[in-house]
Design a protein around this ligand. Structure first.
Ligand code: PEP
Length: 249
């Protein structure tokens, strides 16, 4: 049995003001007692303030998206290097809300992920199928194609984390069966083995995301190829987020 350290990453999406830093501080304080790694991917406007206010022991601060170039004439955009400068240590790319709302494709996500890694940060690459694709029995084909095309050549077990997030499970309170989650994760690990080799596949963490709550996390975390969670709604309240993190084996 291979021991990968669990990662619980929160995605605050478009939520959070300066006064939310108190929640970040509560998570930071409590995180020292935990065995897992913790990350909070915050809105860009509060990354620096969060960075200034945490102990940097177990908790890292991150962002939810970045531009694929380092700098230039891209009005309104922000690069991985700039986010690093503000205190980010990890950046999510390819979240389904960006794939759907901004038509981001695997090629662009690959470029963004490459830019994150080249900036010296960790990247969380999100993949996941729609409900229609699931119902048509296409889940494995869809997520494997997303992973194959969005994972950078320079990815390794340290700089890259994969998050499997069925789109129909995000924010809905519905999750796949445990057997389905393990089935997808083991398929993804096989593909990483094929692309990157066994050593990298054994190291690379694969998170599950989609309606993870304190009442369902324990069973999900017991699955062999699940190495943590990407948590949306339940990451906004420190009690819920820490309640999930506490269940890491
Ligand atoms: C997400 O948006 O990445 C997510 C997993 O959301 P939720 O936990 O709210 O389903």
């Amino acid at each position: 049995m291979i021991n990968r350290k669990f990662l619980i990453a929160g995605n605050w999406k478009m939520n959070g003001m300066f006064d939310s830093i108190s929640e970040v501080c509560k998570i930071d304080q409590y995180s020292k007692k935990l065995n897992c790694d913790l990350a909070l991917c915050l809105p860009n406007t509060i990354i620096y303030k969060a960075h200034e206010n945490i102990s940097h022991e177990k908790l890292i601060i991150g962002a939810q998206n970045c531009h694929h170039e380092e700098s230039g004439a891209f009005t309104g955009d922000i690069s991985a290097k700039m986010l690093k400068n503000a205190g980010a240590k990890v950046i999510i790319v390819g979240h389904s809300e960006r794939r759907q709302n901004y038509f981001e494709n695997n090629e662009l996500i690959n470029r963004k992920a490459t830019s994150v890694i080249n900036s010296g940060l960790q990247v969380i690459i999100c993949i996941g199928e729609t409900e229609e694709e699931k119902n048509n029995g296409q889940t494995n084909d869809v997520v494997c194609s997303q992973l194959r095309n969005s994972i950078p050549v320079i990815s390794n077990g340290e700089n890259t984390v994969i998050a499997y997030e069925p789109i129909w499970a995000i924010g809905t309170g519905r999750i796949p069966s445990l057997k389905e989650i393990q089935g997808v994760h083991s398929q993804l690990r096989l593909l990483i083995t094929e692309i990157k080799g066994t050593e990298t596949a054994n190291k690379m963490r694969i998170l599950y995301g989609g309606s993870v709550k304190p009442n369902n996390a324990k069973d999900i975390f017991a699955l062999e190829d699940v190495d943590g969670a990407l948590v949306g709604g339940a990451s906004l309240k420190s009690e819920d987020f820490l309640g999930i993190a506490n269940l890491c084996p």
